[in-house]
Write a protein that binds this ligand. Structure first.
Ligand code: SF4
Length: 688
C-alpha cells in the first residue's frame, strides 16, 4: 500500500488501522489493509471496509443550511455563522450564560473535544456542556475511579488478553460490535485460556465461549456478588494481595456473604451449577480478567455493578499485575479521549476536575484567563437534554444524534423542538440536524487530521487522505469562526497539530497526561499510551503494576448491594426489553444507514423474541408487532430465536421513526455516573 495514507477507521473504539488509496469515481479513496498496525493487523469489519462510501457526494452535506419560514434552505457560511453567533450571544444576554448549551460527541477527535470544552468555558462562559459519551462508558469510568483512582478503559494492552488464563466478558458482544477484537479471544482459547460470556442473549460472542451465563437484564450486580460469595466460601480469595494492595475488604466481604447463591440463582435466573462452574473456571486460572461493556454499565446502578465485578478481581488478586485485571470495552471511536479533555460537564483537560482549584488554575493559565471566570460543573447529558427549552434555550450540537440515540427519544425530540435556537455541526443531515435552525456541513475522518484515544489508552493519529468538497469546513474552523464573532478569536487554532500542542500543555500533570505525546511520536510508534509526561517517557501500556492511582496507592473495594432495575415487569408491561447493536450498523446509524452495503446487511429494526413467548402472544416470525412501554410505541417485524431468554426481548437501536428502540428506554439515572438505564425496561408486545 505504498500510495496509501495510513489512518484509522471512523467508527468504534478499537480504532483499527487502515490505508486509504486514491481512487477514481465518485468516492475519492479506497480502503485498503494496513497490516502493520498492531491492534487489528489489517483486519476490518464491514463498517470499516465500507467507510469510504460516506465520502461520496450525495451521502453528505456540502452547504450550510438555515431555517427560513419553517424549512431549511442553502445559505453561505457568513450568514450561517452570523446567525449562530447572534443567537448564542442574544440568548446569553437575555437569559444568562447557562441558557446557552453545548452538546458534543464521543466520535470527535481529541483536538475537537478539547476546543469544544474551551469554547464553552471561555467564549460562552457556560456550565451547560456534556456529550453523548456519557451514554457510553460513564459507569465504568466512575467505578474505575472509585476503585483504582483512575479511569482508562483497558489498563493493559489488548495483547495481554490472550495471555490471561480466563476472561469474563460481561454484557459485551464484540463479535458484532468490533469483530477484529475476536482475534484476541481466539488466541486466548488457542493458548488454553477459558472464555466466559455473561449476556441475556446467546450472541455470536457467546457462541465462542466455554461457558455462557444468561442472566435477566439488570441483574449482573447480583451475579457478580454471587460469584464473589462462592469464591469466599471456597476459600479462593488472595489474602496476601488483599492485605498488601487493597482497602475496604471486610465491608465488601460482608456484602457478598449476604448474597446467598440460591438467592442469586432466583434473582438472575442463572442455575446454581453454572454459577459454580464460572467461579471454578475463574479461580482455577493463573490470571483472570473481567471486561465489561454496555450491558452492566447502562443501568441505573451501572457504577455499583461495575464495582461488583472489580471487587471480584481484587478479591482474587487479579489486578495490578500482568495479564490480569478489570477493563471496559469502550464503544465510541473516541469515547476514551472524548472523556479526558473537557467536553464532559465536570471536567477540564487531562482528566482534571472542574471543581478542583489547582486544576482550574493550571488550565486557566494555559488558556490565559482568570480561573475565577471558568464556570463550575454542569448537568449530565440526559439532564442537559431534558432542560432544553426551559433552562437551556439555545444549543450548539456537534457530532451527535440524540433524536435517535437518547433514552426516551420521543421526549428528547420534543425538548429539542422547544429550543429557541438549535445549531448542528455534522457531516450528514441527521435526524437531529433536520430540527436545527442552522446546519453546518463539516469535514469527516478522511478529510481531516486529528488524534483519537482507543480503548487501550493508545493515542492514534488519523491523517487527512483527501480534500474535502468545496463548501465544507472543519469543526476547528467552525469553533474559530464562532469564537472570533463572539470576541475570542485568539486561542482557537484551526490547525489540528497546533490544537494538540496546546492540549499537551493543558493536560500536563493531570491524570491523563499527554505532555510527552506528539504527532511525530504517534506516527513513529504506532500510537503512544497515556500517561506520558515527557518526550523521553515511553508511555504506559500497563497501569497499576506498582501502585494504584489512589492517595495511598491501594485499590479500594467498594461494598455494593443488588437492587432491581428502576422498571420491573408488571401486569401491564410484562416483558423485559434490552437493546444493543448489530454487526452492520453503528450507533444512531447517521453514517452507516447511508452505506448501501451495510443497509443490505442490516436494512431495518426488529424485535427479537423467543418462540415460547411468541406462541403465547400469537406472534409469527416476520410479522409486524407493536412494542409498547410507558414512554412510547414502536412497530417493527418480529424475529424469533431461541438465543434469547423467553422473558426478554431485544431491539437494536440504530433506526429512527416507528422502529426506534430508544422510544422505550428508561432515563432513570445512575446516581454516580448519571448513566441512563438503556439496558432494562418493561414493555408489552401486541400482534397487529
Ligand atoms: Fe472500524 Fe471498529 Fe470495525 Fe475496526 S472494529 S473496522 S474500528 S468499526
Amino acid at each position: 500500500m505504498s500510495d496509501a495514507t495510513e489512518t484509522h477507521c471512523p467508527y468504534c473504539a478499537l480504532q483499527c488501522g487502515m490505508g486509504l488509496s486514491p481512487a477514481d469515481g465518485p468516492v475519492p479513496v479506497a480502503v485498503v489493509e494496513r497490516p502493520g498496525f498492531p491492534v487489528n493487523r489489517g483486519a476490518l469489519c464491514g463498517k470499516g471496509a465500507n467507510a469510504a462510501a460516506v465520502l461520496a457526494p450525495g451521502a453528505r452535506l456540502t452547504t450550510p443550511l438555515v431555517r427560513v419560514g419553517g424549512a431549511l434552505r442553502p445559505a453561505g457560511w457568513d450568514e450561517a455563522l452570523g446567525r449562530i453567533a447572534e443567537a448564542l450571544g442574544a440568548t446569553a444576554a437575555a437569559h444568562g450564560r447557562d441558557a446557552v448549551g453545548v452538546f458534543g460527541g464521543g466520535g470527535l477527535t481529541n483536538e475537537k473535544a478539547y476546543l469544544l470544552g474551551k469554547f464553552a468555558r471561555v467564549v460562552l462562559g457556560t456550565s451547560a456542556i456534556d456529550y453523548n459519551g456519557r451514554f457510553c462508558m460513564s459507569s465504568a469510568a466512575a467505578a474505575g475511579i472509585r476503585a483504582f483512582g483512575l479511569d482508562r478503559g483497558l489498563p493493559f494492552p489488548l495483547d495481554d488478553i490472550p495471555r490471561a488464563g480466563c476472561v469474563v466478558l460481561v454484557g459485551a458482544n464484540p463479535a458484532e460490535t468490533m469483530p477484529p477484537f475476536v482475534r484476541y479471544l481466539r488466541e486466548l482459547r488457542d493458548n488454553g485460556g477459558t472464555l466466559i460470556v455473561v449476556d441475556p442473549r446467546r450472541t455470536r460472542t457467546a457462541e465462542l465461549a466455554d461457558l455462557h451465563l444468561a442472566p435477566r437484564p439488570g441483574t449482573d450486580l447480583a451475579l457478580a456478588l454471587g460469584l464473589l460469595h462462592l469464591v469466599i466460601a471456597d476459600g479462593r480469595t488472595d489474602e496476601a494481595f488483599i492485605a498488601e494492595r487493597t482497602t475496604g475488604w471486610p465491608e465488601t466481604r460482608a456484602a457478598a456473604m449476604a448474597h446467598w447463591p440460591e438467592h442469586v440463582e432466583a434473582v438472575t435466573g442463572v442455575p446454581l451449577p453454572r454459577l459454580r462452574a464460572a467461579a471454578g473456571l475463574f479461580c482455577a486460572a493463573p490470571t483472570a480478567m473481567v471486561l465489561t461493556a454496555r450491558g452492566p454499565e447502562q443501568q441505573a446502578k451501572g457504577t455499583d455493578t461495575v464495582n461488583a465485578w472489580i471487587n471480584l478481581c481484587l478479591a482474587t488478586g487479579n489486578a495490578g499485575r500482568p495479564y490480569a485485571g478489570y477493563g471496559c470495552l469502550t464503544g465510541q471511536g473516541n469515547g476514551q479521549g472524548g472523556r479526558e479533555h473537557g467536553q464532559k460537564a465536570d471536567q477540564l483537560p487531562g482528566y482534571r476536575k472542574l471543581d478542583d482549584p489547582a486544576a482550574r488554575a493550571h488550565v486557566a493559565a494555559v488558556w490565559g484567563v482568570d480561573p475565577g471566570s471558568l464556570p463550575g460543573p454542569g448537568r449530565s447529558a440526559y439532564e442537559l437534554l431534558d432542560s432544553l427549552g426551559t433552562e437551556v434555550r439555545a444549543l450548539l450540537l456537534m457530532g451527535s444524534n440524540p433524536v435517535v440515540s437518547a433514552p426516551g427519544s420521543t421526549h428528547i425530540g420534543s425538548r429539542l423542538r422547544a429550543l429557541d435556537f438549535l445549531a448542528v455541526s455534522d457531516v450528514v443531515l441527521s435526524e437531529t440536524a433536520e430540527l436545527a435552525d442552522v446546519v453546518l456541513p463539516v469535514t469527516q475522518w478522511a478529510e481531516e487530521t486529528g488524534t483519537l484515544t482507543n480503548l487501550e489508552g493508545r493515542v492514534v493519529l488519523r491523517r487527512r487522505a483527501v480534500d474535502a468538497p468545496e463548501g465544507v469546513r472543519s469543526d476547528l474552523e467552525v469553533l474559530h469562526a464562532l469564537a472570533d464573532r463572539l470576541g475570542h478569536g485568539a486561542g482557537f487554532p484551526t490547525d489540528p497539530e497546533q490544537a494538540f500542542e496546546e492540549l499537551r500543555r493543558a493536560s500536563a500533570g493531570g491524570p491523563a497526561d499527554y505532555a510527552g505525546i506528539s504527532y511525530r511520536r504517534i506516527a513513529a510508534e504506532d500510537g503512544v499510551f497515556w500517561p506520558c509526561p515527557d518526550e523521553d517517557h515511553p508511555g504506559t501500556p500497563r497501569l497499576f503494576l506498582d501502585r494504584f492511582a489512589t492517595p495511598d496507592g491501594r485499590a479500594r473495594f467498594v461494598p455494593v448491594q443488588h437492587r432491581p432495575p428502576a422498571e420491573e415487569p408488571d401486569e401491564q408491561y410484562p416483558v423485559r426489553l434490552t437493546t444493543g447493536r448489530v454487526l452492520a450498523q453503528y450507533q444512531s446509524g447517521a453514517q452507516t444507514r447511508r452505506v448501501a452495503a451495510l443497509n443490505a446487511a442490516a436494512p431495518g429494526p426488529y424485535v427479537e423474541l423467543h418462540p415460547v413467548l411468541a406462541e403465547r402472544l400469537g406472534i409469527v416470525d416476520g410479522e409486524r408487532v407493536a412494542v409498547v412501554s410507558r414512554r412510547g410505541r414502536t412497530v417493527t417485524p418480529a424475529r424469533l430465536t431461541t438465543a434469547i431468554r423467553p422473558d426478554t426481548v431485544f431491539m437494536p437501536f440504530h433506526w429512527p421513526g416507528e422502529g426506534n428502540a430508544n422510544r422505550h428506554t428508561n432515563p432513570a439515572l445512575d446516581p454516580v455516573s448519571r448513566m441512563p438505564e438503556f439496558k432494562a425496561c418493561a414493555v408489552r408486545l401486541e400482534p397487529l
